[in-house]
Ligand binder design. Structure first.
Ligand SMILES: Nc1ncnc2c1ncn2[C@@H]1O[C@H](COP(=O)(O)OP(=O)(O)O)[C@@H](O)[C@H]1O
Ligand SMILES: [Mg+2]
Length: 248
């Protein structure tokens, strides 16, 4: 199925007999921004871990770029994960490495680039996320929250992933930094659209999600109760979703 980045088919996940994900089926299109919204505890992060192949389904099937994750052995799965760029709630930078070295890290780990090429790649990545030369040698503790997010994003993009995954990228940030990060996610998706970069965002920030997403899924108690293009989602008649939009 070439047009889908991720296909989830009858996914069930249970922990000690409790179903945390209940029979989820959804297809996430390539080259678009899809946000999975829901209250805390709905199962959003668990769903993301299944897309990454970190968690194994109790039942059902997950295909990423047409590959059934269940068919991959652990080494193949590790390699396969290079298709993903992951941005966490906290930037999760290496504290002992400079901005430059944080972004160089995955390149050194996985590619054998010459020094010049490595430098060019890192500088291009850092410039693309709006960082300037004078911050390249700073360490994470010397950066603002927004700058750390930019470094985290540059590092996630380093290996030219096909799918960017964001788990609560703006939770805990002040409103201005939140706006910056949302703009950055949106701009990144558009800058890379010729490579068909797919963005999947986990969020409970309704306003930003409505502003930047192409599609929105609403997850509640482990079930996808709505999954629609953003404009249709806004006028959903589902009472839970209306409440969620009102509360925000
Ligand atoms: N490893 C685990 N073992 C047992 N229960 C878990 C585990 N991971 C998540 N859960 C449970 O699954 C539910 C959904 O969690 P999570 O996916 O983190 O929700 P969200 O990201 O939407 O806040 C929660 O009730 C949580 O306690
Ligand atoms: Mg979560």
């Amino acid at each position: 199925m070439k047009e889908f980045a991720v296909e989830i088919d009858n996914l069930v996940k249970e922990y000690s007999g409790v179903e945390v994900l209940k029979n989820i089926s959804m297809k996430i299109p390539k080259g678009k921004i899809t946000t999975i919204l829901g209250f805390s505890g709905a199962g959003k992060s668990t769903l993301l871990k299944h897309i990454l192949g970190i968690s194994k389904p109790s039942e059902g099937l997950i295909k990423v770029m047409g590959t059934d994750l269940g068919s991959l052995h652990s080494k193949e799965l590790r390699d396969f994960r290079r298709n993903f760029g992951m941005v966490f709630q906290y930037a999760a930078l290496f504290d002992s490495l400079s901005t430059f070295e944080n972004v160089a890290f995955p390149l050194r780990e996985f590619l054998s680039l010459g020094n010049n090429e490595l430098h060019d790649r890192v500088e291009n990545l850092l410039t693309a996320v709006g960082l300037e030369q004078d911050s390249f040698n700073l360490y994470p503790h010397e950066l603002s929250g927004g700058m750390r997010k930019r470094v985290g994003l540059a590092r996630a993009l380093a290996l030219r992933p096909k799918i960017m995954l964001y788990d609560e990228p703006t939770t805990g940030l002040d409103p201005i930094t939140t706006k910056t990060v949302n703009d950055l996610i949106f701009d990144t998706a558009n800058d890379q659209s010729e490579h068909e970069l797919t963005s999947i965002i986990i969020s409970h920030d309704v306003k930003a999600s409505l502003a930047i997403s192409d599609y929105i899924a609403f997850l509640e108690s482990g079930e996808v109760i709505e999954y629609l293009p953003v404009e249709e989602f806004k006028s959903s008649n589902n009472s839970m979703i209306k409440k969620f939009i009102e509360l925000s």
